[in-house]
Ligand binder design. Structure first.
Ligand code: ADP
Ligand code: MG
Length: 251
């Protein structure tokens, strides 16, 4: 089957530092693909290349067979690629509900005017869906509060809600549970499992092994900008190169 995402022979340097070298990665449809690796391995750089925030020095990224390298982030987003970054990007002055409705309006109507969101006259379907997603994430009781007051973990879940409302074909998550309590981490895992049942393809960058082994079909291990292993979570866990590069200190 044709991959949803194909990162083809990508190289990316930062002032002489090889952040990504010879990266060739295929993400199969409907799967949850984890990318793990120590700090500085190049995981966020890889994600940024996929969503158009960084352009690769060499190579290309294909989404559903189409080259997306060179497109702007919002164009890639419109094709059906949504992402949760390591640092949450939300509207701090809007309520949680308004934050979740914003991307749904943007998808339907193009760039949004924020004052529209403050109006009371909401599209009933969009509002109902936004409320449902917030409930799934355990954020319903805060839906009328300003998002700027949320804890960092809750902001990350809010950002996830803002992605889900877009019904993306591909969801990219950069450490979605970083800064979350165990309870919130488990809630997020449950939600991500639910999305999987709906067939959404996901790429998760993660340092939390519990999350990786609960969710991933395939794991790719990066170290020093290179892919050093790929396989099922069990295969990767047993791989001595991975234990050396990544799990060594922790297990
Ligand atoms: P990870 O997400 O796996 O921790 P990153 O992709 O953030 O790793 O970083 C990979 C390497 O590239 C690191 O050595 C980092 O310092 C470097 N790097 C990342 N972004 C930049 C940048 N914008 N400019 C210069 N160096 C960068
Ligand atoms: Mg990172």
């Amino acid at each position: 089957m044709e991959p949803v995402l194909h990162v083809a022979d990508v190289q990316k340097n930062f002032a002489g530092l090889k952040a990504l070298a010879d990266i060739d990665l295929k993400i199969a449809p409907g799967k949850t693909h984890a990318i793990i690796g120590p700090n500085g391995a190049g995981k966020s750089t890889l994600l940024n290349v996929c969503v158009g925030r960084l352009s690769p020095d060499e190579g290309a990224v294909m989404f559903n067979g189409r080259v997306i390298t060179g497109l702007k982030p919002h164009q890639i987003n419109q094709l059906g690629v949504a992402r949760v970054f390591q640092t949450p990007e939300i509207f701090p002055d809007l309520t949680l509900l308004q934050n979740v409705m914003a991307p749904a309006y943007a998808k339907r109507d193009g760039p949004i005017r924020l004052n529209m969101l403050r109006g009371l006259d909401h599209d009933r379907d969009i509002r109902a869906e936004a409320e449902g997603i917030l409930a799934d994430l355990g954020l319903a009781e805060h839906r009328h509060e300003e998002a700027g007051w949320l804890s960092r973990g809750d902001k990350r879940r809010l950002e996830l809600a803002m992605c889900l409302v877009q019904h993306p074909k591909l969801l990219l998550l950069d450490e979605p549970t970083a800064g979350m309590s165990r309870l919130d981490t488990n809630r997020t895992i449950e939600l991500l499992k639910k999305i999987k049942e709906r067939g959404m393809t996901k790429v998760i960058i993660e340092h939390d092994m519990h999350v990786v082994f609960s969710l991933a079909d395939t794991v790719t291990v990066l170290a020093g900008g290179r892919i050093i292993a790929e396989g099922t979570p069990e295969e990767v866990r047993r791989d001595p190169r991975v234990q050396d590069a990544y799990l060594g200190g922790a297990h």
